[in-house]
Design a protein around this ligand. Sequence first.
Ligand SMILES: *Cc1c(COP(=O)(O)O)cnc(C)c1O
Length: 384
Amino acid sequence: MIKFTVPYLDISESQAVGQALIAGDLVGDGPVCRRVEAKLRELTGARYAMLTTSCTHALELALLALGVGEGDEVILPSFTFSSTANAIVRAGARPVFAEVRLDTLNIDADDVARRISPRTRALLPVHYAGVACDMDALNELARQHNLLVVEDAAQGIGARYRGRPLGALGHAGCYSFHTTKNVVCGEGGALLLDDEAVAHRAEIIREKGTNRKAFLRGEVDKYTWVEVGSSFVLSDLLATVLEVQLAKLEEITALRQRAYRYYAERLQSLADRGLVTLPHVPVDCETNYHIFFIRVNDEETRNACLAALKAQGVQATFHYVPLHSSPYGRSAFGYRPDDLPITEQVSRTLIRLPLYPSLTQTQQDVIIEALKSYFQQATARQVK
Ligand SMILES: *Cc1c(COP(=O)(O)O)cnc(C)c1O
């Protein structure tokens, strides 16, 4: 069987966790969290970095700290994970779904422009597959309409836009270290911020509504309840795993690149025949090779390809059930599937192939062969 995703772990993570346990580094915001946050600041150039229990929580924390709430609208793609929209709904605001571009599957800035209303407060772009959205266009819209920009950079660590790291291109950026992402600690995330006042609010909300963080820095002599908050603090034990993983970021990206390029090279002949569309990375984007996807011409072909891969023991998978046409998107916000036809089409025709550092070329050959032989048989049937 060829798994869809495998984290890049070796003995070094378990040794580090063992040492952390012996040292008693369990609670959050201990020495390991501080080191990892410093590393994230160094990697991204963000002024503030806070480790969180997940990217889901980083997104929630971002909107709460930025003061997005009741009466506000936030524009996001429908082609994303539920967390992106949940953060908006939990803040009390309304999600407004926009279309994606067919080349990158990132939010379409022209469609965003059409959906801006007097209530729009923020844009929440998602960098799909580790390829940046058109941030110049989105930031320009934000400037014109005085909007906040929060990046869902869950898939974006190590990737760049015009030389600048994803997650540090707007007012707030959110990373995920979920086990399926490039750099992992099982469940974890980070919030990157640039504004001091927002960072101050975020650190209070993150710490159960207390000023414990200021206390830890020695700025106040006791800490207490100062605002409504929750607990979004990552344990030092998980931060230990993250520290080892972050040290391997370049190695991880390079190994993923190798596998990504091999797919692109070997599947080009199918693309030349118009049978599949390969992923596109715009010139101003440096990808981190988070996802290798192909798109086929219709849903029937997509399902047949998935079945052909499954028959060879390959775990390949679709991507997202669009949020606007999901049960909650329809019942809570009144969307209908044909409100976003491009998103629907993408969702019906996309296949993600296994991609991770330990994936071998022999395994990739099995995957590539399964696809090629499927199309060979399908086209032969058509000719008859
Ligand atoms: C993975 C992912 C999330 C959620 O991340 P968690 O750390 O699992 O909460 C949010 N948005 C996108 C686009 C993701 O890919």
